[in-house]
Structures are given as C-alpha cells and as structure tokens.
Design a protein. Sequence first.
Length: 199
Amino acid sequence: MLKVGLTGGIGSGKSEVSRRLAARGATVIDADRIAREVVEPGTEGLERIVALFGPEILREDGSLDRGRLGSIVFADSEKLASLNAVVHPLVAARVAELQSQADEDAIVVYDVPLLVENNLAPMYDVVVVVDAADETRAERLVRLRGMTEADVRARLAAQVSREERLRAADIVVPNEGPLEELEGRVDALWADLAARVKT
C-alpha cells in the first residue's frame, strides 16, 4: 500500500486532482468529506460544535451552516483551534476505518487540505502538493465559489504560506492553467505513484 498525502491551498485545484486520481484507480480518502459527515445532524460532532458556538450556527433544518461557522472561526484562531479539537479526532477515527478496508497494494490518496498546517507529512509515504499562485487561487475562489474578497483573504491567511506548503512536497503538481494541462500532469503523477508501489 502506498499512502499519498495530497494537499494544496484553497483554490489550488487539489479536489480536481483528487477526482482524477480516483478515476485512475486510487482509493481516495477525502478529509473534507469526512469532516462534513462527522458533523451531520444527529451526530456527536454537531452536538459538540453547537455546545461550543451556539445554535445560531445551525440552519433551519438543523444542519450546520458551514458558511456562518467559517466566518466565525477563520477570523479567530482560538475558535478555529476549538473547532479542530472537536472535528479532527472524529475524522482521524473514520480515516483509520476506511484505510483498513483498502487493498494491500492500493494507492491510497488522503485528500487533506490542512496536511502542512497540522504537521501530518510524516504519516505518508509521499506528499503531493497541488500548487497555484495566491492571486490565481483568490481569483478562482471569487469566480467559481462566489466568495467575497474579505472571505478569501481570511481563508488564505488561515492556511500556511505557499512556500511552507511547497517545502513539504515530495511531488509538486503545478496548476495555473486550463484543465487540459492538468490532465497530462495527473497522468504523469499517476505513473510516478504506480511505479513507487511496484518498487
């Protein structure tokens, strides 16, 4: 089994690379998706978050209003740490469960946005960083996700710098251009990872 840590700053295209690796046969464990699962209505995770931040972070249907919670925690590092203290152990337990279900010779890609921030690189055989300039990422977030400039600045500031992320990389996938360019880069990445499994 090859454990691959896949990361990239918000708006870098990490999720696109993750999807394309899954299409090529990787077992993808998506930390963000798991983080959403562990705070769904009726979960212990959501109950604990409401205890911390109050019922105003819930939508009318009882689900978590991620936008509202995000605007609270990304503006206050202590509140972000409190949220992470609830969510991260729940995510870690689910990740361990999914990993135990993968084949012995699988390429398991852990899609982890905060891999560098949380010093998780030593957990993986290979760390892949999807990289794009901060300006490119900011433009994508405004254009594709409809985020405000202020929200984009807060999200970028809450993550490590581009330089720190690149220092953690064993492999860098540049993603400044169109999706057609990314396709070829993912082909090369997949070939590299497959070769590492065989050795």
